[in-house]
Design a protein around this ligand. Sequence first.
Ligand SMILES: C[S@@+](CC[C@H](N)C(=O)[O-])C[C@H]1O[C@@H](n2cnc3c(N)ncnc32)[C@H](O)[C@@H]1O
Length: 300
Amino acid sequence: MTTQYEETTAARRHELELGQFIPLHYHFNMLNDVHRTGAFEEAIDLVVPEGGRVVELGGGTGILSFFAGRRAAHVWCVERNPELATVATQLLEENGADNVELVLADAALWTPPEPVDVVVCEMLHVGLLREKQIQVLAAFAENYFERHGGPLPRFVPEATVQAVQPVEQDYDFHGYVASTPFFQDGNVEQPRTLGLADPSVYHELLYENELTERICWDGTFTIAERGNLNALRVITKNLLAILPQEGRSVDWLMNYLVVPLAHPINVQPGDTIHVSIDYDAGAPLASFAPDVKRVGFAPR
Ligand SMILES: C[S@@+](CC[C@H](N)C(=O)[O-])C[C@H]1O[C@@H](n2cnc3c(N)ncnc32)[C@H](O)[C@@H]1O
């Protein structure tokens, strides 16, 4: 039986987990991430109609609302962290974004006073872990539909695609071996990570569809390289704007997450590995704990 004290501290711990509460100095990294900020700028320029209405859920420092405000007539920038709301108000004013209205509120509970064309929401983390993108957008869509009816606005991002790859990770640090989860830049060579098989897509979603938290997949990999399968690499790509006429999308490839396995497996080309994934979007990193086993041996 859990006491009220334990329940309260568990809820408080969850609130303070990175992702639920992102300190201001961490926002500099987001602003400074050219792959992220540049892709959002391009997508917002392409998707927001001239003179339109836009909502941003989780505005942070306000940069995405600023981009939207360059084309839209009005932008509601919703942020629930009072410190960030204060900073964003000041920054938006300094940047002349006088058509962006800061709303201090929980985005899962707030709806715009009138229908909007576009909803921007970047509560994203690799694996869709940690942050509540799915929960917030599911609640927003329901509240919006109740208040304004359909159709729903266009979402930025429009879709998320996730893949997983068996890898051998070098966890030797000057002779000290420490297998820990870590993040890895997907845009640069990673010589200490050896891909043992091609990545496989384990999860796809379109934000205009009904959203579910549970992410569940079973799949097999045919090993292509000899090595020690001691980690899985999670690859998350967000399609910020899908442009069928141009046959392309504006994408943001997030940092990879590399998760060590409790029981590494020495593999050879031709071995078959079964991976079973089951976790909830928005849950802590540790909830990504797939079951990995060899189900077929190449001839030895
Ligand atoms: C990853 S940051 C992105 C910030 C900003 N959109 C950007 O792109 O730089 C997510 C932001 O969403 C805010 N947030 C998280 N949950 C929220 C909620 N339920 N309602 C409103 N804001 C929320 C966080 O405080 C944080 O500022």
